[in-house]
Design a protein around this ligand. Structure first.
Ligand code: FAD
Length: 652
């Protein structure tokens, strides 16, 4: 067994560069790249097969668009229907620089807000492209019939999300993800019916097949029969979502997992900024140890809800009995210009601080109030109901408290992962022919994602960016040799997959997959969550190999592999979490700065604010896999800022 001290002795390899983003004025780079990219003649497209893993907003949009262009698409999801992807849970909205409200918004402002909101750890070229494409996304979705909310004059309505002072978030009540996904799904269904997309639901990718250095296929397991099969293509696109469930408790769908990207990482795709995970400030606090899931209360609630805690420590009076002058509306006090709409990282950290001071509310003091009394008095209950009704109902169903009458209680929780597979401007990973889109890539959000920008990025990647850039790869890399299941690379990948599953079944130990998942999740939350220290991270890195060793001695997976076996599915995903968690902690250990969503206690300003260390850490950390438990190699991608210059972020 490798001890952590060996693992922490990583080596620094050659710097990595994104050589696909053209130089020149930032607002011309996307046009330039699209013009430079080679095209595939429409008549030749049907000769190319593209595998798309995932049917969320990123994958659904990509599959539909690629098929519409004429490619043959083979697509996968582990749910029983593509439309059940985790994206369906997105509540609050999607950003776009439409400036319908004439409140000073513009593409440049969205670009600026996103680079600043990400704490200057994202690429300017990518973020600018995202801001440009944002306006096209709304047009595309409206054309599909997505029922965005409208204001009285008929224009699409908007609301504000954290970290911005304009109103640019388009929404469909508290169900924006669902409506957008139905739009993508209907476009995909059309292509499935036309025979251009071959859809494999309830099928999980368990490995990547790399032939002569290029991604050429996947190994997948039919989750109903347990059958292992291989699928081949000219390029593979991973749209498999984020890895927030490594923390066990998160707002993500229960089955969201890291296997597709982690298996690709093991096959050569670098993993970037794994420690950049997002903590969302407005989740329903955990109610006890029995819990296996956390529930998000949309950030949109911060438009009208006011966040407060009692001024005095240990004040356990019911909220209605705490007079106005004994309440601390701490976000409005500390950040008067943005108030309750500061970015998520700032709001989360502030909530943790007041709870750590002993001023938290609810069981265990792990909560703060989100109060709508003022909004109800100002707008009337009906207007509040119209805007947020389904979220209020959901809150009441879960907590048995009526938020129209008593303030909601909220606490930060894991919600999104900014880290993911490293991709260049074309969204291609370090394995030629392997692309990653949506939350699966290390994305455009730097160290902190602004609210309502994940849907924007997923749809930008799927509808617009990938369909333009993948042509270039296919045109420049015609595959002369057909690959099939007999190819040694495929045989090897299948053998490894089968061996791993057989090993899991053979241990026959005494601990459930869930018990290991909970243990690793709690460890990562404690030491690699909102606040981190070198000492804590070293402790975690010491413990993870021990948990891994115990896992392989004590895991209990009942049943057999050739059947529907959810314990086997879970255990197999935990194998990957046990490795990914280690990389997250190493990444967090090496990044000895506070930045975005993560607060490194050794790196703070005299007044306790996060202190970024630009001189040392103005780069994306792209990690190369070497072996399980063996130190990875770090490749740094230096970030340059020509337009939005790094400053100490201020929302005061
Ligand atoms: C509760 C909640 C609310 C949110 N609200 C908002 C919001 O209002 N605005 C916003 O911008 N963002 C929001 N987000 C974030 C946003 O929803 C996600 O980042 C986004 O939907 C991710 O989309 P995706 O297409 O990348 O992945 P997903 O939607 O997670 O889809 C992943 C797909 O990959 C498939 N898959 C994964 N692994 C495999 C495998 N090994 N084999 C086969 N298939 C696989 C799955 O079956 C699925 O189809 C919210 C997130 C949560 C949790």
């Amino acid at each position: 067994m490798t001890s952590y001290s060996e693992y922490t002795e990583y080596t620094v390899g050659e710097p990595i560069q994104d050589d696909r983003a053209p130089s020149g004025p930032v607002n011309e780079r996307w046009d330039t790249r699209r013009f430079q990219a080679k095209l595939v003649n429409p008549a030749n497209r049907r000769k190319h097969t593209i595998i798309v893993v995932g049917t969320g907003l990123a994958g659904g949009a990509a599959g539909a668009t690629l098929a519409e262009q004429g490619y043959h698409v083979v697509q996968f999801c582990y749910q029983d229907s593509p439309r059940r992807a985790h994206s369906i849970a997105a509540q609050g909205g999607i950003n776009a620089a439409k400036n319908y409200r004439n409140d000073g918004d513009s593409i440049h402002r969205l670009f600026y807000d996103t680079v600043k909101g990400g704490d200057f750890r994202a690429r300017e070229s990518n973020v600018h492209r995202l801001a440009q494409i944002s306006v096209e996304i709304i047009d595309q979705c409206v054309a599909q019939g997505v029922p965005f909310a409208r204001e009285y004059g008929g224009l699409l309505d908007t609301r504000s999300f954290g970290g911005v002072q304009v109103s640019r978030t388009f929404y469909a009540r508290g169900q924006t993800g669902q409506q957008l996904l139905l739009g993508a799904y209907q476009a995909l269904s059309r292509q499935i019916a036309a025979g251009n997309v071959e859809m494999h639901a309830r099928t999980e990718m368990l490995d990547l097949i790399v032939v002569d250095g290029r991604a050429r296929g996947i190994v997948a397991r039919d989750l109903v029969t347990g059958r292992i099969s291989t699928y081949f293509a000219d390029a593979v696109v991973l749209a498999s979502g984020g890895y927030g469930n490594v923390f066990y408790l998160s707002t993500n769908a229960m089955n969201s997992n890291a296997t597709a990207i982690w298996r690709a990482h093991r096959r050569g795709a670098y993993f970037a900024n794994p420690c950049f995970t997002q903590i969302h400030p407005t989740c329903i606090p955990r109610s006890g140890d029995h819990q296996s899931k956390l529930t998000l209360m949309s950030e949109s609630l911060r438009n009208d809800g006011r966040i407060w805690v009692p001024k005095a420590k240990g004040d356990t009076r019911p909220p209605a009995e705490i007079p106005e002058d004994e309440r601390d509306y701490y976000l409005e006090r500390i950040y008067p210009s943005f108030g309750n709409l500061v970015p998520r990282d700032i709001a989360s950290r502030a909530a943790k601080n007041v709870c750590d001071e002993g001023r938290g509310v609810g069981p265990g003091g792990q909560g703060v109030y989100l109060d709508f009394a003022d909004a109800i008095a100002r707008m009337g209950r009906k207007a509040v109901e119209e805007k947020y009704g389904n979220l209020f109902d959901m809150y009441e169903r879960i907590t048995a408290e009526n938020p129209y009458e008593v303030p909601m209680r909220i606490y930060p929780a894991i919600h999104y992962t900014m880290g993911g597979l490293w991709v260049d401007y074309d969204l291609q990973t370090t394995v030629p022919g392997l692309f990653a889109i949506g939350e699966a890539n290390f994305s455009d959000h730097g160290a902190n994602r602004l609210g309502a920008s994940a849907l924007m990025q997923g749809l930008a990647d799927g509808y617009f960016v990938l369909p333009s850039t993948i042509n270039d790869y296919l045109a420049r890399n015609p595959h002369k040799d057909e690959v099939d299941a007999a190819h040694p690379a495929a045989v090897e990948a299948v053998r490894e997959t089968e061996d791993r599953l057989a090993r899991l079944l053979a241990v026959d130990g005494d601990r459930t997959p869930d018990s290991f998942h909970r243990e690793i999740g709690e460890l990562v939350w404690e030491f690699c969550g909102m606040a981190r220290t070198e000492e804590g991270l070293r402790k975690a890195l010491d413990r993870i190999p021990q948990i891994r060793e115990e896992f392989w001695r004590r895991i209990k997976v009942p049943g057999i592999g050739e059947e529907f076996n959810q314990s086997l599915e879970k255990a197999n995903r935990i194998v990957d979490y046990l490795e990914l968690a280690e990389l997250m902690c190493l990444d967090a250990l090496h990044r000895a700065e506070s930045c975005g969503g993560h607060f490194r206690e050794e790196s703070q300003t005299p007044d306790g604010e996060a202190a970024r260390q630009d001189e040392e850490f103005s780069y994306a950390a792209a990690w190369e896999f070497t072996d399980t438990g063996a130190a990875p190699v770090l490749h740094k991608e230096q970030l340059t800022f020509e337009y939005v210059h790094p400053t100490q972020r201020s929302y005061a």
